[in-house]
Design a binder for this molecule. Sequence first.
Ligand code: 8YV
Length: 320
Amino acid sequence: MTRIGLLQAGPMMPFVTEQFSPTFDVHRLWEATDPDVLLEKIGADVQAIATGAQTAVDARLMERLPNLKIVANFGVGYDSVDARWAGEHGIIVTNTPDVLTEEVADTTLGLLLMTVRHLGAAERYLRAGKWPQAPYPLTPSLRGRTVGILGFGRIGKAIARRVEACGIPVVYCGRRRQDDVTQPYYDSLLAMARDVDTLIVAVPGGAETHHMVNAQVLEALGPNGVLINIGRGSVVDEAALISALQERKILSAGLDVFEDEPNVPQALIDMEHVVLLPHVGSASVHTRQAMGQLVVDNLKAFAAGKPPLTPVTETPFKGW
Ligand code: 8YV
């Protein structure tokens, strides 16, 4: 089999890169002293890109790779890849759906409980030796809450199953009403935010969802409101969220994603009543291995002339 040029945008797990070696000539973009010089030299050889969220795979990059056929993205969210441009230019983009759904939903439930019941703060209290002086103060509760899920795809539904198992009613907001679900639907995020006190964000990033959760939505959530974001940092107007938290317009927030990762605003870090996780939604060994294998399997399918396993909707497969 002729070897195929693969541009690897950033570091990946060793068991992933080891599987590239038999088939692909790997060019490590993030290690290049001058990426422009590297792209000038190898651009015409590159037929495949392996990438994660760290590097923008935009038109400017893809234009320099005239024989590019596939961009295999590590992650279900592919907002760092310009999939529309790829689709218009016959390039397939693949992502890693399904294999992370349950993990991300588990993390969301944990984050929700941590946030409402102060579990992180209570643990810090014990470790600081404060328990012998006084019990940890009573906390808010999940009891009596209604959860609104923004984005009712595979992950949103897996979150709903868990929340409902806790005895909490769920409603949802998305682009369209789904016929095969029983939960009440809102076509307006603002209307949903007025009716619920707990908002879970599970939509992808990108232009369509940018700053959807703004000052108005947070205000509508109200003083008992809890915001959980497991989707993308860009969906929430972070400055508006900081103000809403500081002014106690909402009760609290639990965030796994941020606008400028890995940089988290000091104002959030300084607030004891918010819970902050370093984007660990899918980050277990089990799930990250399954995601990595799916990246490899999509690239191997391309190398074997077979259809990709998980092309994204913007780039339907019509042949290599
Ligand atoms: C990963 C994610 O942390 O799948 C996604 O969209 O956000 C996470 O599972 C991320 O993709 C790692 O690059």
